[in-house]
Design a protein around this ligand. Structure first.
Ligand SMILES: Nc1ncnc2c1ncn2[C@@H]1O[C@H](COP(=O)(O)OP(=O)(O)O)[C@@H](O)[C@H]1O
Ligand SMILES: [Mg+2]
Length: 602
C-alpha cells in the first residue's frame, strides 16, 4: 500500500493534465452512452415504414425533468429522421474519437514524464553511490531496474490508467443507458455479471500463471545455453555432449508442456465467453418477445438495450485485469524505491575539510579491510612519501587493487586509518581528495565520445593545445592524427576501433592532463602485447615524472625502478625494500622474481 501511494504521488506535478484527461474520458463515456441511445431511433424511426417527422426523443431526465430531443443538436438544414440519426452517429463517433485521442495523449504524457523523472532521480542517486554499493549491486541488476522495472511502472501510469479511466466511464455511461431503458431488465442482467466476470478472471489468472511458468522454463533453457556454450571446452574435454543434449531436451520438453497448457487455457476463453453471452441473449429474447407483443416496449428499445449490454462486456473484462497490471507495477516499483531509499554509506562529514595540495606523505596506519565478513587486508602499515615510486607486488587476489582503492576512498577502512598529510581521509571532502589522484587501470574506460573529450574528461575548460601536449607526452598524438577525424573522432562500438595499447595511451593522456600529484597505476600494461607494452611503458614513464606513484605491476621492468617494493601476501605486507634488498632475501619476492619476472629482463 505504501508503494502504491508513493507511485501515485509521482503524478502530483501533472495533476492539471490528469484532470483534463479525466474530463475527456468522461466525454468518451457519454459518447458511448449516446451511441447506444441512437440505436433506438434507428429501429423505431429510421427503419420503420410509417415515417413521421415528430421529434426524436433521445433521453428524458428523471423526476419530471425536461426531455432531450435529437433535433436540438442537429444543424437546421437536416430534416428527415434518417439523415438526423446518420448525422448524429457520425458526430458522436467523431467527438468520441477526438476525446480518446487527447485523453490518451495526456495520460501517456504523464506516464512518460513520470518515467523520465524516476529515471533521472534513480540515475542521479545511483551514480552518487560509493564503490561498495556497486560491488553489492551487480551492473546487470542496476541496469535492469533503470530500464525494465521503470518500463513496467510506465505501463501502469500510462497504459493502465488510460484504460482504467476509459473503461470506467464507458461502463458508467452504458449502465445509465440500460437502467434508463428498462431498469427491471437491467437489474436482472447485472445479476448475471458475476457469472461472466468470475470465470473470465479465473481463466485470466491461470493464463498469466502459465505464461510466467513459460518464462521460467525459457530462462532455464537460456541458462543451459549460456553455461554450455561458454564452457564448451569443458563439455568437450569431459565428453559430456550427449549428457548436455539430454539435459537440454528435457528442458525444451518442459517448456513445450507449459506452453501447451497456456494454449489450452487461452483457446478456451473466448468460446466459453461466447457461450455465456449466447445464454444471456437467449433468455433475453424470451423476455423481449413477450414484452413487445404486449406493447410495453418498442423493438428499438430492446435492440438498444441489448447493444448496450453486449458493449459492457469489454469494459468489465478490462477492468478486472487493471488491478493485475497495477500490482505488477507496484512490484516493480518496490525495487525502484528500494534503490531510491539507499543511503550513501560512504558519507562526507558535514564538517569535512578540503585537503590542501599534497606535500608530505600518505600513511596506512594499522589498516584492516573487508568487503563483507572475509578479511581482505590485515594490519597494513605503509608510508608513501611525496615523490616516491612505491611498487606493490603479490599473487593475484592478494589484495593489491583493494589496497590501492582505499587511497581515493572508494571504500572506507574497516579498522585503522589512512592519513593524507596527517588528515584522516574520512575527515576530508571527497572532491578535494580525488582531484589529487590520477588512476590508470588495466581495463581502460573510454566513453563513447570524441578522443578530445575522452582526454579532457572531467576538466572544465581545456585548450586544444594542452590536450595535444598531453597526447604527445602519452605517445598518442601520432596515432590520433591518423584517425579519420583526428581528435574529433568518436571512439565507440560504431566508431573507430582502437587497440588496447592505443586506448591505454589515451587513458594516460587523460591522467597527464589531470596532472594530479598522486598516481595509481594498477596493472596498466598487463593486458598488452610486448610491442604496445613498450610504448605504453614509455608513456607511463612520462606520466610518472615528478609524481608520487603507487604502481601495481607484474613486470620486473616497472618494479625494479621503484624506490620501494611492497610484497603483499594474502592481505598482509610480508616484505618491504628495494629490488636489491629483496631479490636476495629468499622471500616471496625472490621466488616471484625467479618464476615470473625472469623472461622480461630489461
Ligand atoms: N568488490 C568486491 N567484493 C568482495 N570481494 C572482493 C571485491 N573485490 C575483490 N574482492 C576479493 O578481495 C580479494 C583481493 O582482491 P584484489 O584486491 O582485487 O586482489 P589483487 O588486485 O591483488 O589481485 C580477492 O579475494 C577478491 O576476490
Ligand atoms: Mg588487482
Amino acid at each position: 500500500m505504501m508503494k502504491a501511494s508513493r507511485l501515485i504521488g509521482l503524478i502530483r506535478p501533472y495533476i492539471p493534465r490528469f484532470i483534463l484527461a479525466i474530463l475527456l474520458m468522461a466525454v468518451v463515456g457519454a459518447c458511448e452512452a449516446l451511441f447506444a441511445l441512437l440505436i433506438k431511433p434507428v429501429f423505431d424511426r429510421v427503419l420503420d415504414v410509417h415515417q413521421s417527422i415528430a421529434p426524436i426523443l433521445l433521453f428524458k431526465l428523471p423526476f419530471h425533468g425536461p426531455a432531450i430531443y435529437l433535433q436540438d443538436f442537429i444543424p437546421p438544414g437536416i430534416h428527415s429522421p434518417w439523415a438526423m440519426v446518420a448525422f448524429a452517429i457520425v458526430a458522436v463517433t467523431f467527438i468520441k474519437g477526438v476525446s480518446v485521442y487527447f485523453a490518451t495523449y495526456s495520460v501517456n504524457y504523464i506516464g512518460q514524464s513520470v518515467v523520465r523523472d524516476l529515471r533521472n532521480m534513480l540515475y542521479t542517486k545511483i551514480i552518487a553511490q560509493s564503490m561498495s554499493f556497486f560491488s553489492q549491486n551487480p551492473t546487470g541488476r542496476l541496469m535492469s531496474t533503470v530500464t525494465n522495472d521503470i518500463e513496467r511502472i510506465q505501463d501502469a501510469v500510462s497504459h493502465v490508467t488510460a484504460n482504467f479511466l476509459k473503461q470506467s466511464f464507458t461502463l458508467l455511461g452504458l449502465l445509465v443507458v440500460i437502467f434508463y431503458l428498462d431498469w427491471h431488465l437491467a437489474l436482472a442482467s447485472l445479476i448475471l455479471v458475476p457469472f461472466v466476470v468470475f470465470p473470465s478472471a479465473n481463466i485470466g489468472r491461470y493464463i498469466r500463471a502459465s505464461s510466467r511458468k513459460s518464462q521460467d522454463k525459457m530462462a532455464e533453457i537460456a541458462n543451459i545455453l549460456q553455461e554450455t556454450f561458454s564452457g564448451i571446452r569443458v563439455v568437450k574435454a569431459f565428453g559430456m555432449e550427449s549428457f548436455e543434449a539430454r539435459k537440454f531436451m528435457a528442458a525444451t520438453r518442459r517448456l513445450l508442456k507449459v506452453n501447451l497448457r497456456w494454449v489450452r487455457a487461452h483457446a478456451l476463453t473466448s468460446p466459453l465467453m461466447e457461450l455465456f453471452g449466447a445464454i444471456m441473449i437467449a433468455g433475453f429474447l424470451l423476455y423481449a418477445r413477450n414484452e413487445i407483443v404486449h406493447h410495453a416496449h418498442t423493438m428499438g428499445g430492446f435492440v438498444a438495450f441489448l447493444f448496450a449490454l453486449i458493449k459492457m462486456y469489454e469494459p468489465i473484462k478490462r477492468l478486472t485485469s487493471v488491478n493485475n497490471a497495477f500490482q505488477l507495477a507496484v512490484g516493480a516499483s518496490e525495487r525502484v524505491f528500494d534503490l531510491l531509499d539507499v543511503n550513501a554509506e560512504l558519507k562526507e562529514k558535514p564538517n569535512a575539510v578540503a585537503l590542501p595540495p599534497f606535500h608530505q606523505e600518505i600513511i596506512f596506519d594499522h589498516v584492516d579491510f573487508s568487503y563483507d565478513d572475509a578479511p581482505i587486508l590485515q594490519g597494513v602499515n605503509l608510508r608513501i612519501r611525496k615523490g616516491e615510486v612505491v611498487a606493490i607486488v603479490g599473487s593475484s587476489g592478494a589484495g593489491k587493487t583493494t589496497l590501492a582503492n582505499l587511497i581515493p576512498r572508494f571504500f572506507d577502512v574497516t579498522r585503522g586509518r589512512i592519513l593524507f598529510d596527517g588528515c584522516d581521509l574520512r575527515d576530508a571532502t571527497l572532491s578535494s581528495l580525488r582531484a589529487q589522484i590520477g588512476i590508470v587501470t588495466q581495463e581502460t574506460v573510454l566513453f563513447n565520445d570524441t578522443v578530445f573529450n575522452n582526454i579532457a574528461y572531467g576538466q572544465q575548460s581545456v585548450s586544444p593545445e594542452s590536450v595535444e601536449e598531453a597526447a604527445r607526452a602519452a605517445l598518442a598524438h601520432e596515432f590520433i592524427t591518423e584517425l579519420p577525424e583526428g581528435y574529433q573522432t568518436v571512439i565507440g562500438e560504431r566508431g573507430q576501433r582502437l587497440s588496447g595499447g592505443q586506448r591505454q595511451r589515451i587513458a594516460i593522456a587523460r591522467a597527464l592532463l589531470k596532472n594530479s600529484p598522486i598516481l595509481i597505476l594498477d596493472e596498466a600494461t598487463s593486458s598488452l602485447d610486448t610491442e604496445s607494452e613498450a610504448l605504453v611503458q614509455k608513456a607511463l614513464m612520462n606520466l610518472m615524472v615528478g609524481r608520487t606513484v603507487l604502481v601495481i605491476a607484474h613486470r620486473l621492468s616497472t618494479v625494479r625502478r621503484a624506490d620501494r617494493i611492497v610484497v603483499l601476501d594474502r592481505g598482509s605486507i610480508s616484505e618491504i625494500g628495494t629490488h636489491e634488498d629483496l631479490v636476495t632475501r629468499g622471500g616471496i619476492y625472490q621466488r616471484l622474481h625467479d618464476l615470473q619476472f625472469v623472461d622480461v629482463e630489461p
